[in-house]
Design a protein. Structure first.
Length: 388
């Protein structure tokens, strides 16, 4: 039926609060809805596929004949971060969230990190990544002390200027932090956050690198690889799965670059899974509460999607979804606990089918296991029979 699947994760493109959003302080969050409310969104291809059928959006009606199957995914795992969301999409449901540190990391953890890297650090607060480098960047330039910070997510982030701390050294420090914070304390991941520029004009670079805990269970990627199917990761997918179950991985510098890589790989990879994360939605717009920037990025993606659809082969399956929300219209700069959209397309997909609201992201992974004829995953219900 299908020989190749393309899964595009629009990082943080949420579609309305989950029933338990209040437990996370996210009541009222609606990433797509609030962006559509602010100004007209020009996303004709997503609209034609049926985005307005999956979720009610101002100015994006549900067409009479949607070109894709459509619905929503609800997250069952505890948490609202990228690691949790991506793992659940691929079949791993977490019973407990990763630990978070809303008051900063314990003194003993910071002391252990500083001992490992041989110098003091600054920060150790919950902060927006762009705000913290603006605030502490000058002190970092003067002292060479790395900026350590966290967020509402389970993450140990280390920011350093590339002229002060060479990127390979920053990566070494992240390995040390990984042993202390992830292996030692169970955090979800460590992130290297290099930046450049001068005070007042600091800019984070594309040399970001995530060091995530390996999945706490067997993922679709593991099963596909074990059964001889090619798995290609584009963007930060390889980092989020700690490289496990992945045959080839390609890093990207932007969402446009990611779509370039995806297009090139589709021209030469005839079968298996192409799995891409487009992170700019989250890092450049969601975390910065940039509603108009977020809207323009949706429009840029829509244009790239318009060019991609004709490249689908008869036996291709295309999935567009997300991993959590990050509503730029709310005061929070953190992720939000939301449903995510689900659009499924391809020449052999029954266009216009409503997939409803699925009770777990893992339904996607189970469906893909069904598509490739590999052993079923532990979680999720396949919707393959609904779309063919």
């Amino acid at each position: 039926m299908f020989r190749r699947a393309v899964v595009i994760v629009l990082d943080s493109v949420g579609a309305g609060e989950l029933p338990d959003a209040a437990l996370y302080g996210d009541q009222g969050s609606h990433t797509l809805g609030h962006i559509a409310d602010v100004g007209a969104l020009n996303i004709p291809t997503l609209a034609a596929l049926g985005l307005g059928c999956a979720v009610s959006l101002r100015g994006i009606p549900c067409p009479a004949s949607p070109r894709a199957a459509h619905g929503l995914l609800a997250e069952r795992s505890a948490g609202k971060d990228s690691v949790t969301g991506h793992w659940e999409l691929m079949g791993v449901v977490l019973d407990r969230p990763f630990p978070t540190f809303p008051s900063g990391f314990p003194a003993e953890m910071i002391a252990a990190f500083e001992q490992r890297i041989g110098r003091a650090s600054i920060g150790n607060v919950v902060a927006s990544g762009t705000a913290i480098i603006d605030q502490l960047g000058p002190a970092h330039l003067a002292s060479g002390a790395p900026i350590v910070y966290t967020s509402a997510d389970s993450v140990f982030q280390i920011a350093a200027h590339e002229d002060v701390v060479p990127v390979p050294t920053l990566y070494e420090w992240c390995h040390a932090a990984y042993e202390i914070a992830v292996q030692g304390a169970g955090l979800g991941r460590v992130i290297a956050r290099p930046f450049v520029g001068r005070p007042g004009s600091f800019t984070r670079t594309a040399n970001r690198h995530d060091y995530a805990m390996p999945p706490l269970g067997e993922t679709l990627l593991d099963v596909l690889t074990a059964n001889g199917h090619q798995v290609t990761a584009i963007g930060k997918i390889n980092d989020l799965f700690a490289g496990r179950g992945i045959g080839q991985a390609f890093s990207t510098t932007s969402d446009d670059h990611g779509m370039d890589v995806l297009t090139a790989r589709m021209a030469i990879q005839d079968s298996g899974l192409l799995f891409i994360n487009l992170v700019d939605f989250d890092t450049l717009y969601g975390h910065r509460n940039d509603v108009s920037g977020y809207a323009r990025n949706l429009e840029r993606f829509d244009a790239r999607l318009t060019a991609l659809l004709p490249r689908l082969r008869e036996d291709d399956l295309l999935v567009i979804t997300a991993d959590h929300g990050n509503d730029p219209a709310t005061p929070s700069t953190d992720h939000s606990r939301e449903h995510v959209p689900l659009l499924v397309s391809g020449p052999r997909v029954r266009a216009g089918v409503s997939l409803g609201t699925r009770t777990t992201f893992a339904d996607l992974g189970q469906t893909l296991a069904d598509v490739f004829g590999v052993p079923p995953l532990r979680h999720g219900t396949s919707f393959l029979k609904e779309i063919v």
